[in-house]
Design a protein around this ligand. Structure first.
Ligand code: 3HC
Length: 315
């Protein structure tokens, strides 16, 4: 059984070029699926060449992994990789990139002021028809959209991808009160063209996935803090007893302990319906690891130690 959203063919989205602002793990992944699956031109934008090169290397590594499996012939795999890479342009000029794009996807640091500053800049530079989307995982879309003009707000939405973007089939498409139906439809068609299954949800903290996933992670933390079970047993239990591909501690290491803490603490401080809630109470265990610089896989250690910074798989 497949949801209707998955079965529908990618309708004509009329998108020729997208700008992805932020060349981190998420931005690189979004740029990759846009250039590869949806075959649109992509401008990947960041503040420095070093950030852009890091993003490019994330895309290259992932494409190589994908095409190596698909093609027995190394030259053919390299050709396919080149074909996708040819659709991606790296840029340090936000304005220049915005001026020629139909859809602008923001995937920068999870900070409301930084996002608002960026969107204000984009609003001034982008063509009138351009759609604005934020990949925020925890901030209200309406609060970010408040930075742009009223006409642009009608073309504003949330477009939330999951890590690792090339592998995770879901995208949450979030409408705000002002979002025009046509804009929403275009984003649905674009995400389908990217090979994803879109779901929609109101502009509520965490949308669907993180609203369920983050409290689940914090319940796992509390279970271990109380000494009810070890983290290893919790991870094994959720993998073998609930069919999750990773246990909650492995997943926190994968997502980043700093990110997990940031999302939860933000809600505890000011999340609509979650402020001061037992559900979002901070975890001393998590706080300590973050204070020690143990952020998970990306720093080489979190709940578990990894063989080298950024090692891809804990076995
Ligand atoms: N690019 C391309 N291919 C990739 C990839 C990438 N970045 N990462 C993994 N793969 C491929 C592998 O090549 C492999 O392909 P194959 O099965 O055809 O050989 C397949 O994915 C499985 O990878 P691995 O064998 O390395 O390892 P796993 O079987 O453990 O799968 C996983 C890895 C897909 C990450 C899986 O463990 C998983 O689904 N984990 C849960 C991830 C999750 O829940 N993500 C959501 C986090 S929440 C979030 O992102 C929201 C944010 O706002 C915080």
């Amino acid at each position: 059984w497949m949801p209707a959203a998955a079965l529908a063919t990618a309708a004509n989205h009329n998108v020729k070029q997208i700008s992805v602002i932020g060349a981190g793990l998420m931005g690189a992944g979004i740029a990759q699926v846009a250039a590869h699956q949806a075959a649109v031109r992509v401008q990947l934008v960041d503040t420095s060449q070093a950030h852009l090169q890091k993003g490019e290397s994330i895309i290259l590594a992932s494409l190589k992994r994908i095409f190596k499996k698909k093609s027995a012939d190394a030259a053919d795999a390299a050709r396919q990789t080149d074909e996708v890479m040819a659709r991606i342009t790296l840029s340090t000029s936000t304005e220049q990139s915005a001026a020629s794009s139909d859809v602008l996807v923001e995937a920068i640091v999870e900070n409301l002021e930084a996002k608002r500053r960026l969107f204000r800049q984009l609003d001034a530079a982008a063509p009138a028809h351009a759609i604005f989307a934020s990949n925020t995982s925890s901030l209200p879309i309406a609060d970010i959209a408040a930075a742009v003009s009223a006409t642009r707000r009608a073309q504003f939405a949330g477009l939330h991808f999951f890590n690792p973007v090339p592998q995770m089939k879901l995208v949450e498409v979030i409408r705000i009160g002002e979002t025009q139906p046509q804009v929403f439809e275009t984003l649905l068609a674009l995400t389908k063209a990217m090979g994803k299954v879109p779901v929609s949800c109101k502009d509520t903290p965490g949308f669907i996935v993180n609203r369920l996933l983050v409290p689940y992670m914090f319940e796992a933390l509390r279970l271990v803090e109380r000494g009810d079970a070890t983290k290893e047993d919790v991870d094994t239990a959720m993998k073998l007893g609930a069919g999750y591909p990773m246990g909650p501690f492995e997943l926190m290491d994968y997502v980043g302990l700093d990110t997990t803490k940031f999302i939860n603490d933000g809600w505890y401080q000011s999340g609509k319906g979650l402020q001061g809630s037992k559900l979002t109470e901070p975890s001393p265990l998590l706080d300590q690891l973050v204070a020690d610089g143990k952020f998970g896989r990306k720093s080489g250690e979190g709940f578990y130690a990894y063989g080298g910074v950024g090692a891809s798989t804990k076995k």
